[in-house]
Design a protein around this ligand. Structure first.
Ligand code: GUN
Ligand code: ZN
Length: 428
């Protein structure tokens, strides 16, 4: 069955972080998206596509804006229930809230309940793809992929490995991390829309032995992603220096164990050294900007200048992040950019939340893309979703003035509709 979504459309043909955004941004005031077999078959002027496909079933969104579904490139679904927990600094916050809550997900029923809640919430905010950490319990990974599969969402995730500096209930060993991750790769990687991400939490909670076996596992399974944290807080970096006295820097604690590669996705990356940036750029790895988390936990201001050389994704980092919304996350990225003298254009913010994040997960052109051949994960934005936004929107002279108030002030009320793999989600 062919479906034509009618409305304003916005998509990209290039990277507005590196090229003039005007040259790579495509907005159609009266646009259409043709969806068939779960894929986007065409995007173009409504008149042309209606003529070419007269028997298509039409869904008319009027003035609303059709964009790609959002891609959240770094999130911890097990922290759903502890989002917005008051805390001091990263390590204190992890020990006080995160580790006790993650321990609870060893219980299959609880893990299932949290995964269901998470996947019910995310599409309500327009997010259709996530790359999530699970807990160290394989049960939590099964719950994650089971809930995502039931919704046919494209997701990445993996068992979060820790064999030191973590409570007993969350600790594994090097051998268990290898064995359990391997079994989970066999069970989930490439099954449906699922992608496995080998996941050492961060080098303070892994021994060199564990990092080494996970590097080996990645070499044995090169189509997997590898996700971890890097250089989030200054105290954390000092701790890494103490734990790995021979390492040249934080990245080296991954690099020397085979955990640096093109499919590596490194969260936060706020306080990188020049050598680390060079190495990440050399291999084509990605870093992920988590602006609401970085302000919430007081980690620092990400340097968006890195996007000139590195793939940069955008993410909520729930529950270090304080919002499930990629709109709110774009707003925070704008604010952080302002504080660093780099005001991001709305085109750049939208690109980061869709194409940029998708590329950071090696899913460029697959998701996060409103263009032919991409999987039909689509978000429809109401650009006048509240009276405050509507009155601002009424003054807009172009699409960017119309969209920016929704980026800055919008929430789940701005998400008018969501499609996943060509199927419309019921918005109840
Ligand atoms: N570093 C290691 N684990 C975590 C986590 O769960 N959240 C954040 N923000 N940083 C981390
Ligand atoms: Zn994180």
């Amino acid at each position: 069955m062919k479906t034509l979504l009618l409305g304003q459309t916005l998509g990209f043909t290039g990277n507005p972080m590196r090229q003039d955004w005007q040259d790579v941004t495509h907005h159609n005031r009266h646009g259409a998206v043709l969806v068939e077999d779960g894929k986007i078959q065409a995007v173009g002027p409504a008149q042309d596509l209606r003529q070419a496909h007269p028997i298509a079933n039409c869904v008319d969104y009027g003035e609303k804006l059709i964009v790609s579904g959002f891609v959240d490139a770094h999130v911890h679904y097990p922290q759903t229930a502890i989002i917005a927990s008051w805390g001091k600094r990263l390590i204190d916050w992890l020990n006080t809230y995160t580790f006790p809550e993650e321990t609870r997900l060893a219980d299959a029923d609880y893990a299932k309940a949290v995964a269901e809640t998470f996947f019910d919430i995310m599409p309500k905010f327009g997010t259709t793809t996530v790359a999530s950490y699970c807990t160290s319990s394989p049960v939590s990974v099964d719950a994650f992929f089971t809930a995502a599969s039931a919704r046919n969402m494209r997701v990445a995730g993996g068992k979060t490995c820790m064999d030191r500096n973590a409570p007993d209930g969350l600790s594994d060993t090097a051998q268990r991390a290898y064995d359990e991750s391997k079994a989970l790769i066999e069970r989930w990687h490439g099954v449906g829309r699922n992608i496995y991400a080998i996941t050492p939490r961060f080098s303070p909670t892994s021994t060199p032995d564990q990092l080494q076996v996970l590097g080996d596992l990645w070499a044995e399974n090169p189509s997997c992603l590898m996700q971890t944290h890097i250089s989030e807080q200054v105290e954390e970096i000092a701790w890494v220096r103490d734990l790995f006295p021979d390492a040249r820097d934080y990245l080296d604690t991954y690099e020397r164990f085979g955990l640096l590669g093109a499919r590596g996705v490194y969260g936060h990356a706020i306080h990188l050294e020049p050598r680390e940036v060079d190495q990440l750029a050399d291999v084509g790895a990605a870093v992920v900007h988590c602006p609401t988390s970085n302000t919430f936990i007081g980690s620092g201001l990400f340097d968006m200048g890195l996007s000139q050389r590195l793939n940069v994704g955008l993410a909520t980092d729930i529950g270090g992040g304080s919002s499930f919304s990629m709109l709110r996350t774009m707003a925070a990225a704008y604010e952080v950019g302002q504080l660093r003298g780099n005001p991001l254009h709305p085109a750049q913010l939208m690109w980061l939340a869709t194409e940029g994040s998708a590329q950071s997960l090696h899913l460029g052109g697959v998701v996060g893309h409103l263009g032919q051949g991409a999987e039909a994960d689509i978000c429809v934005l109401d650009l006048a979703s509240t009276p405050a936004i509507a009155q601002r929107n009424a003054q807009a002279n172009d699409i960017w003035e119309a969209l920016f108030p929704t980026i800055m002030m919008g929430d789940d009320r701005a998400i008018a509709d969501v499609w996943v793999a060509g199927e419309r989600l019921s918005q109840d």
